[in-house]
Design a protein around this ligand. Structure first.
Ligand SMILES: C[S@@+](CC[C@H](N)C(=O)[O-])C[C@H]1O[C@@H](n2cnc3c(N)ncnc32)[C@H](O)[C@@H]1O
Length: 193
């Protein structure tokens, strides 16, 4: 429930615990339920600003954590960042040369919303497909992929496309997702190539 300042409990908890946003709890829950990250995984996080997922990822792996966003990401110890578009081939090349092997691709990216529901839904699915393509280009066989999406007419197609590349695909609506939101995450494990 919102407080008189318009902040909800999860927002205040995130502030108190030093996270850059409430989104931290979504990744924590996904990890608890699906174990998508192992202690020696190299991780690429797409749409990573302001960086709360990066904070969580840093605690889960001893290996590389690399965040990519259109916006700058304020420095975090032990985390590399690239300011750029996940669709930019130069960004993809940088990722390959920095990490070599990529075990996990996470994407919490969201486009700027216009307020027109069907247009926004199409833009989100388009971004998700781009993230899936990115994952397919960099992931090691057996790797994992998580992407934020929204329920709607185009969602089943995205789900089917993801299924074509991973051995196991599930969906998850996290506890800290706002009530009434259609947001959900696709959890895709074991990249088949
Ligand atoms: C909801 S925020 C991510 C929050 C982040 N997971 C965290 O925990 O702090 C969505 C981000 O996606 C980024 N984004 C949207 N389109 C993108 C693109 N094409 N390439 C890279 N980043 C993108 C936005 O700039 C925005 O910072």
């Amino acid at each position: 429930m919102g407080s008189q300042w318009g902040y909800d409990k999860t927002y205040l908890r995130a502030k108190h615990e030093g996270y850059r946003s409430r989104a931290a709890y979504k990744l924590t829950e996904i990890q608890q339920k699906f174990s998508v990250i192992r202690a020696d995984d190299n991780i690429v996080d797409l749409g990573a600003a302001p960086g709360s997922w990066l904070q969580v990822e840093r605690t889960l792996t001893q290996a590389w954590v690399l965040g990519i966003d259109l916006n700058p990401i304020a420095a975090l110890e032990g985390v590399e960042t690239i300011e750029g578009d996940l669709n930019d081939p130069e960004v993809l090349e940088k990722v390959r040369s920095m990490l070599g092997v990529v075990n996990v691709v996470l994407c919490d990216a969201a486009p700027r919303l216009s307020g027109h529901k069907s247009y926004d839904q199409a833009r989100i699915i388009e971004l998700d497909e781009q993230a899936l393509l990115f994952a397919c280009r960099v992931l090691k066989q057996g790797g994992n992929f998580v992407v934020k999406s929204f329920q709607g007419t185009d969602f089943p197609e995205l789900y089917a496309m993801t299924k074509a590349h991973f051995y196991s695909v599930k969906t998850c609506i996290t506890r800290s997702t706002r009530k009434g939101s259609t947001e959900l995450y696709i959890i895709a494990k074991n990249f088949t190539g």
